[in-house]
Design a protein around this ligand. Structure first.
Ligand code: XMP
Ligand code: MG
Length: 182
């Protein structure tokens, strides 16, 4: 049943599951020649459900770590200021890293994270974003793995929140503008 605060379902559970399996297969191929397991870095909190499903669908052995950044507060627009709230615990020098993010929007958050990780001299850094809003890009960011390109609407569910709500919805839906314009 559609949550009262949503105007529509953008991606159903089934569509997400199918695409996550495809992304995992693409990653398995990309990692086939690697000598050591890649490190998956989930960007908290929005990617927690995606990374959990993704690594279960992956055949490749991988290590997992998390970082948390904040650029939003309770607003639906980026402030442009990125803050590290929690850093990874792993040394990534010489390692293959894949950053797992829920959504690529302006690109400001991911540009910051990718620059930070690259400065630590990993062997490679790839980016996987479940969702991409290309119309919103302000800084260039290249993602090797994209789940879905979506229109410029605020979406929630499957880990994504608005003011910490809706993360547990198993599908991704479009929030009614009245909910965030109050
Ligand atoms: P930037 O603009 O830096 O933003 O690419 C990426 C982060 O912004 C959040 N974001 C959203 N969160 N629904 C959400 O729940 C959205 O439609 C949305 N657009 C951007 C998200 O936390 C992401 O990590
Ligand atoms: Mg958020």
């Amino acid at each position: 049943m559609l949550h009262d605060d949503l105007k529509s379902v953008l991606l159903t559970e089934e569509e997400i599951r199918t695409r996550v399996a495809e992304l995992a297969a693409m990653m398995d191929s990309a990692c086939a020649a690697a000598e050591q397991p890649p490190l998956m870095i989930g960007v908290l909190k929005g990617s927690f459900m995606f990374i959990a499903d993704l690594i279960r669908a992956l055949k490749t052995e991988c290590a997992v770590d998390f970082m948390a950044v904040s650029s939003y507060g309770a607003k639906s627009e980026t402030s442009g200021q990125v803050r590290i709230l929690k850093d990874i615990g792993e040394n990534i020098e010489g390692r293959d890293v894949i950053v797992i993010e829920d959504i690529l929007d302006s690109g400001i958050t991911l540009r910051y994270i990718l620059d930070l990780l690259n400065a630590r001299r990993p062997k490679s850094v790839k980016l996987c974003a479940l969702l991409d809003k290309p119309a919103r890009r302000k800084v260039p960011v290249e993602a090797q793995f994209i789940g879905f390109s979506i229109p410029d609407e605020f979406v929630v569910g499957y880990g994504l929140d608005y003011a910490e709500k809706y993360r547990g919805l198993p599908y991704i839906g479009v929030l009614k503008p009245s909910v965030y314009m109050e």
